[in-house]
Design a protein around this ligand. Structure first.
Ligand code: HEM
Length: 537
């Protein structure tokens, strides 16, 4: 019995184990097949990359235009991208265009200002603004105007254009001055407490409060409140530079599609998305409940959405609305980002240059004194037009430190440059090296000198069109330029009168630029010595 049992047990065991063996064999075969398939897939992918890279790397040698063979600088970025481009720009002189490789991707560098203007102005519709894949479903916060193309961009731009009209700007002036007063109170406090402060950091708080109150009717409390939720959110976005870096690395390797495959969002942190969606929802609700409508950007966006919904309803149309909740939230977000990083950074560079050039600071003060005398002691919106020298100071700061040191475009189709017998292919990436143009002695003699007089009435006709592009040019030129001028003039005119601003032991001369920031930024911050001035009568 025992034996039979043993036997049958053995048989069962055998059967089981042979079953296991068969199963195991099948599994092994299947896993070998899977491994083969995987190996084939990887091999296919690698060969695709090799072929693609090879094709790309021969793009310029076959083109007949001068090029830089394999720039290590575009792999490791040992310096800020604007400086890398300046290096290529100088190496490719005196040709109007030249080629280089951004990792594997051929990029056309435009050295000629006239050609830059043609791309930005006359033939702007033949170019896309960038080559990034934008997935609005995955990434609703990417549905902002800068990412739009064609008819969709044109309609939104037309709808948004009036938000910074002269009348609207004038309406924002008193709110802007309130932020200005808050800023001086804050600086007085820091100085009284003997606290050193980094200038850009302080200007960022000011610029955030300005855009918050003027464009959205929100008190961000960035200056007053160290724990301001807005500031944390904004700082969080800027700290996400690793995600930005990773994204741009994959793009430059021609692997932007991997981001879509891995569903990598533009902003890794979902709290930012939620924050702006809730912000818009709350604003709409509050304004509807209180019946208060304001004369600001938020109201403009709400009205546009409302008008569109009404017109679609009336025409019984099934057309897709343009002003979706995502478009409203994403554009709110964009205006915050554009509105505070660029202006704050430029203000910091301006105070740095004023501290290093006391004669320029004195001229600013003289101008403010004369303007105040003319306007009854008040810095009003109407008095801003008299601050012509301060305007030159801003223009010169934006020449020396353009917030965006380069602009990108991508050809939608083949595009002919008949003057050099070269046709760029469809989807060619084009780089307009704004920083390099601004520092070319051919256009701006002695480019490292801070000389606001380059932009004076008598001299500004010497500026070669297309060589000075701090706000871009043509139909896609910056929408917030006049707003930024107003904000910067308000800050400069008030602060130069209130404080003596001098270099301190920590002031870095010359400045080094942060390597990875998109916006031009001093790597080690801007540190100056601020002391209250005796108020002159
Ligand atoms: C010193 C301050 C600023 C600088 C230097 C600056 C620079 C620029 C540049 C160079 C462009 C064009 C990019 C291109 O063509 O590739 C641009 C576009 C844009 N800027 Fe500004 N900007 C500043 C302030 C602002 C402010 C304060 C706002 C809004 C509150 C703003 C909103 C925009 C928008 C919406 C676009 C996209 C326009 C479009 O695609 O049609 N900017 N900016």
């Amino acid at each position: 019995m025992g034996c039979a049992v043993k036997d049958s047990h053995f048989k069962i065991h055998l059967r089981q184990s042979s079953g296991t063996l068969v199963g195991c064999n099948m599994l092994c075969q299947r896993s070998a097949l899977q491994r083969w398939a995987l190996e084939l897939l990887v091999l296919g992918f690698l060969s695709h990359l090799v072929v693609r890279y090879w094709r790309n790397y021969t793009a310029w040698s076959k083109s007949g235009i001068p090029y830089i063979p394999f720039p290590r600088d575009c792999v490791f970025y040992p310096m800020h991208k604007s400086l890398t481009l300046q290096k290529f720009y100088n190496e490719l002189a005196p040709n109007p265009v030249g080629g280089f490789y951004k990792m594997s991707r051929p990029v056309l560098l435009v050295r000629d200002p006239e050609l830059a203007r043609r791309i930005l102005i006359k033939d702007f519709s033949q170019f896309k603004i960038h080559d990034k894949e934008v997935n609005e479903k995955l990434d609703p916060m990417s549905a902002f105007i800068f990412n739009f193309e064609g008819e969709r961009w044109k309609i939104l731009r037309q709808k948004l254009n009036p938000i910074f009209s002269a009348a609207k700007l004038k309406g924002m002036w008193s709110q802007m001055m309130e932020c200005q007063e808050e800023l001086t109170r804050y600086l007085d406090r820091l100085i009284a407490e003997g606290r050193e402060f980094e200038v850009r950091g302080v200007m960022k708080k000011f610029a955030l409060d300005v855009i918050g109150t003027c464009a959205f009717g929100l008190n961000c409390g960035a200056i007053q409140d160290e724990e301001s939720e807005f500031r944390k959110i904004m700082d969080g976005i800027i700290k996400e530079s690793n995600v930005f870096f990773f994204r741009s690395l994959l793009h430059s390797m021609g692997l932007g599609w991997v981001l879509a495959l891995l569903e990598v969002k533009r902003l890794g942190d979902k709290t930012v998305e939620d924050f702006f969606f809730n912000l818009v929802r709350e604003c709409v609700k509050l304004r509807a409940e209180s019946g208060n409508s304001r004369n600001d950007l938020m109201q403009h966006l709400i009205n546009l959405q409302h008008e569109e919904q009404e017109s679609l309803k009336q025409s019984n149309s099934n057309a897709k609305p343009l002003m979706t909740d995502a478009v409203v939230a994403a554009n709110t977000f964009e205006f915050f980002i554009d509105g505070f990083e660029t202006s704050a950074g430029t203000l910091a560079f301006i105070f740095y240059e004023l501290a290093l050039n006391p004669e320029v600071m004195d001229k600013c003060r003289e101008e403010v004194k004369a303007t105040l005398a003319k306007h009854g002691g008040n810095l009003s919106y109407d008095s801003l037009k008299d601050l012509t020298y301060i305007q030159c100071v801003i223009d010169e700061a934006l020449r020396k430190y353009p917030a965006l040191g380069r602009m990108e475009r991508v050809s939608k189709d083949a595009y002919e440059l008949s003057e050099i017998s070269f046709t760029m292919k469809k989807n060619t990436i084009i780089n307009i090296p704004v920083y390099a143009l601004h520092h070319d002695p051919k256009y701006f003699p002695n480019p490292h000198r801070f000389d606001p007089d380059r932009f004076s009435e008598e001299n500004k006709h010497n500026i070669v069109p297309g060589s000075y592009l701090p706000f871009g040019d043509g139909p896609r030129m910056c929408m917030g330029m006049r707003f930024a001028f107003m904000e910067m003039k308000a800050a400069i005119a008030s602060l130069v009168m209130k404080y003596d601003i001098k270099p301190s032991e920590k002031t870095e001369v010359p400045l080094k630029f942060a390597r990875t920031n998109i916006v031009t930024t001093a790597a080690n911050g801007i540190w100056l010595n601020w002391t209250p001035r005796k108020i002159e009568n």
